[in-house]
Design a protein around this ligand. Structure first.
Ligand code: SAM
Length: 303
């Protein structure tokens, strides 16, 4: 386990993942009944953007650094409103400032949005990351930190006692067959808790394994997932993180419309080279729907 999220915190992939997570949590809060967030690969919980690791890659400058902070320009009001749960969590981690120096990881974002009746289980296998995570979570009574292998944790934690849950699955993709593992873990998890909202992150380097992953999911009895993908550059070099995707199973019915407003702005701002960004937003099990270029600045969705 060599992966350390401190090199990548706040990059374009975090922006997409955390913006979607925050919208899902905002939706869950519309009902008074408590729910639980289960973060299977939680990371360290918070990150200094001034750390040697963050400075080494500078990835956050191409992520949250293009959304908040000096010189970024205001977001369109509708996008600002939809991103407010996410951006407020980032501002909260920065003492209310719009100039990010710290970045909250997924457990910190969840905690900043959860209500007193809700709960968080943050699971992290790496001992040092888990120690930092425990520090980040502090004595918050809504949160529990665990140190199991994520796939074992899912077996132990599903279904949650509240019978309402958001499960974030965000593996580091260090091993070649991680997508196959995700697929298997999802199938098992859905058997235990079919009604959960599952948010699964995946990298897009070479698009071919991703297409195979989508095809394999069609064979599983996965309830119609929402596929959300953001490309920051064309996938000409399959060694680079050219984009990333999220699979949202049992997505809130509002999410697709919300993302159709958010994604054109994210793909425009987060593109490595101007006009090279694109996105995909699809709620059918079809694949092969053309990406929408940020340059065209129009929203393409399908059902
Ligand atoms: N979810 C975090 C966020 O958005 O802020 C980032 C998590 S990072 C991409 C993936 C994390 O998974 C790393 O901290 C890594 O140590 C941890 N990890 C790797 N293999 C794991 C496993 N089998 N079970 C649980 N955690 C694992």
């Amino acid at each position: 386990m060599n992966y350390r999220h401190s090199y990548h915190a706040g990059n374009f992939a975090d922006v997409l993942k955390h913006a979607v997570l925050a919208r899902v949590i905002a939706y869950m809060k519309q009902k008074e009944a408590p729910f639980r967030v289960i973060d299977t690969h939680a990371g360290a919980g918070r990150y200094a953007l001034t750390s040697p690791q963050a400075e080494k890659t500078g990835e956050w400058l191409g992520g949250i650094g293009r959304i908040l902070g000096a010189g970024t320009g205001p977001l369109p009001p509708a996008v600002e409103r939809l991103l407010a749960p996410y951006l407020d969590a980032v501002r909260q981690a920065n003492g209310g400032s719009d100039t990010p120096q710290r970045y909250p990881g997924s457990p910190a974002i969840a905690l900043s949005l959860l209500r007193p009746q809700d709960a968080l289980v943050a699971n992290e296998l790496h001992p040092e990351e888990r120690r930092l995570l425990q520090q980040a979570v502090g004595r918050d009574r809504r949160a529990k930190v665990m140190g199991l292998d994520a796939w074992v944790a899912l077996k132990a934690l599903l279904p949650p006692k509240e019978r309402r849950g958001v499960i974030l699955i965000d593996p580091p993709f260090e091993v070649r067959d991680e997508l196959a593992r995700v697929q298997e873990g999802l199938a098992q998890s859905l058997r235990r808790f079919a009604g959960g909202v599952y948010v699964v992150w995946y990298p897009i380097k070479d698009p071919r394994p991703v297409a195979r992953f989508h095809a394999a999911l069609r064979k599983l009895a996965v309830p119609k997932p929402l596929i959300v993908e953001l490309m920051v550059q064309p996938p000409t070099d399959a060694e680079r993180l050219n984009g990333c995707g999220l699979l949202v199973i049992n997505a809130p019915y509002t999410l697709k419309d919300e993302l159709s407003s958010i994604l054109p702005e994210l793909s425009r701002r987060l593109a490595v080279v101007a006009s090279a960004g694109s996105f995909r937003l699809e709620s059918s099990n079809e694949t092969g729907i053309p990406r929408v270029s940020a340059a065209k600045r129009r929203t393409r969705t399908s059902t």
